[in-house]
Design a protein around this ligand. Structure first.
Ligand code: SF4
Length: 321
């Protein structure tokens, strides 16, 4: 395994719930509730889980687009949480984001050239003809042409818009890209093109990805390791082959049982989870998965399982203590 690029320790993000005319805080939505993991240089770490489990909040908290409530996010050994704005600004060019919605993430008033030029101007990387050369280069890298620079976002298809978003993210030669559901708004036929492009770019520019998605097949295709999130916590983190071949956490088993099998002769038992995901404003005591878990034991109702290493992977479950 290579060097750590990002080290996350006890990361939490709670959003206050305000009520009344004085906007009193009456509780908190625990979107991210104590994450510990590392992203190694050059790898793709996939993050999966149902909607509302805190995947996107995790990505934003790592990039400091929202302030974490607690915990540390170290980038090459330097803690980003609480870092001075000027210092953070310098590091921002190393860490970029590709957003989920290629329709909403491009400013409709700007041409594609202006959109890609924005980060170059903010960070004073290139001006004049050098800037234009860089825009052309980036458009070519993502499979578009220089002629596209003068056009507006609405003139492009979803897949092309996501390519523009990727070109913008690459403009500053980042080391880390957080891709937040980058293909979930695209047609299936276009999804594989964008995934292949991301893989090619990773090799070409030595990129590290945090790839957030709810589609397990997509995450399996692109990731080296996968973390499974449930209600603000990672419940299992493992090498992708190990995770898919021998899932250990009851939630991972249930999620994987729902992935369609391409071989119709191989029957697999579908595990249907009881009930809905509980509210992150009022998560269950003990293991937050216990109301839906078929293996639930007495201890699970009161004691929160510790996220620790078991047989080469990380898992939070009393079954393995
Ligand atoms: Fe199920 Fe208990 Fe494991 Fe939670 S800790 S997943 S309730 S067995």
């Amino acid at each position: 395994m290579s060097q750590p690029l990002i080290e996350v320790t006890n990361l939490k993000k709670y959003f206050p719930i305000k009520k009344g005319i004085f906007s009193r805080t009456v509780g908190h939505v625990k979107a991210v509730d104590g994450l510990d993991f590392t992203i190694f240089k050059g790898e793709t770490l996939g993050l999966v889980g149902e909607s509302g489990c805190g995947k996107s909040t995790t990505g934003r908290a790592i990039l400091q687009l929202i302030d974490p409530t607690e915990g540390e996010v170290k980038y090459e050994g330097r803690n980003l949480v609480g870092m001075k704005t000027t210092e953070l600004h310098k590091l921002r060019k190393d860490m970029q984001m590709v957003f989920q919605d290629p329709y909403a993430s491009l400013d409709p008033r700007l041409t594609v050239g202006d959109i890609i030029a924005e980060p170059l101007e903010i960070h004073k990387i290139a001006q004049g003809s050098e800037k234009n050369r860089r825009i052309d280069e980036l458009l070519n890298v993502v499979g578009l042409s220089s002629a596209h620079a003068k056009r507006y976002g609405h003139e492009f298809s979803g897949g092309q818009r996501q390519r523009i978003g990727i070109a913008r993210a690459l403009a500053l030669n980042p080391k880390l890209i957080v891709a937040d559901e980058p293909v979930s708004a695209l047609d299936v036929s276009i999804q594989s093109q964008v995934i292949n492009l991301l893989q090619d770019l990773q090799e070409q520019f030595d990129l590290t990805y945090l790839f957030i998605a709810h589609d397990l097949s997509v995450v399996k295709h692109i990731s080296n390791r996968i973390g499974v999130m449930y209600l603000g916590r990672i419940v299992e983190l493992a090498d992708k082959t190990e995770l898919f071949d021998t899932p250990m956490h009851p939630y991972t088993k249930a999620l994987l049982s729902a992935v369609p099998n391409p071989n119709p002769l191989m029957k697999k038992e579908r595990i249907v989870l009881r009930g809905d995901v509980p509210s992150p404003a009022n998560p269950p005591a003990g293991c937050t998965f216990h109301p839906r878990c078929t293996d639930c034991m007495e201890i699970c109702r009161t004691v929160k399982p510790i996220f620790k290493k078991v047989n080469g992977r990380y898992i939070a479950c009393h079954l393995y203590e």
